[in-house]
Design a protein around this ligand. Structure first.
Ligand code: ADP
Ligand code: MG
Length: 190
């Protein structure tokens, strides 16, 4: 009873993690048993905390991104009896995460999943595509385009200050790269 699947999406810097933390915090204030999960690969800021760009942070279970990891999310949720779970950067998990979270919601868990809408090329992340159509509620956030100030829906990857080409590898080992929020017009993929 009370199960619900909520998906927070948008580009980088849209405030997805901030919104996830805010929503989970409210549940905690209401004495509901809640936990955060995040993929093991996302170690930009902290190993065992969900961290927003604005500095907000919360302790989290760090989970491998493969099918085994997805099973761990279900196991931990049931083992500890969490009524509410927040999953950050959900797009990095194996596609099996879609059915796993959908089923947890069926079984009464309030699931809030936060993740990127599109990759740096502007292509949908398969996990998000599948999760969004199953959601009971979607929170679609935008950032501010760093070029013109319009609402930004895309994440621009820059390598040494220039737009990353379409054929650049998904993960650049040691590459000097960064990301900026951009609108449709200023999102460039040479
Ligand atoms: P997300 O999880 O979507 O990447 P966060 O919640 O971690 O976003 O961070 C959002 C914060 O990023 C904003 O509150 C703001 O302080 C900061 N920020 C930096 N660059 C931008 C931008 N171009 N547009 C909007 N917010 C930005
Ligand atoms: Mg985030």
């Amino acid at each position: 009873p009370g199960g619900f699947l909520e998906v927070i999406t948008g580009p980088m810097f849209a405030g997805k993690t901030t919104e996830l933390i805010k929503r989970i915090e409210r549940q905690m204030f209401a004495k509901r048993k809640a936990a955060f999960f995040k993929p093991a690969m996302d170690s930009r800021y902290s190993k065992d905390e969900v961290v927003a760009h604005n500095g907000l942070r919360y302790e989290a279970f760090v989970i491998p991104t493969d099918e085994k990891g997805v099973e761990r999310i279900v196991e931990i949720t049931k083992r500890d009896g969490y009524e509410v779970i927040g999953v950050d950067e959900v797009q990095f998990f194996h596609i099996s995460v879609v059915e796993a979270l959908n089923r947890l919601a069926d079984e009464g868990v309030y699931v809030i999943a936060s993740g990127l809408n599109l990759d740096f090329k502007g292509d949908p992340f398969p996990v998000m595509r599948e999760l969004l159509v199953r959601a009971d509620n979607i929170v679609y956030l935008t950032a501010v385009c760093t070029v013109c100030g319009r609402p930004a829906t895309r994440s621009q990857r820059l390598i040494d200050g220039k737009p990353a080409p379409r054929n650049s590898p998904v993960i650049l080992v040691g590459g000097r790269e960064s990301y900026e929020a951009r609108c449709r017009e200023h999102h460039l993929v040479p």
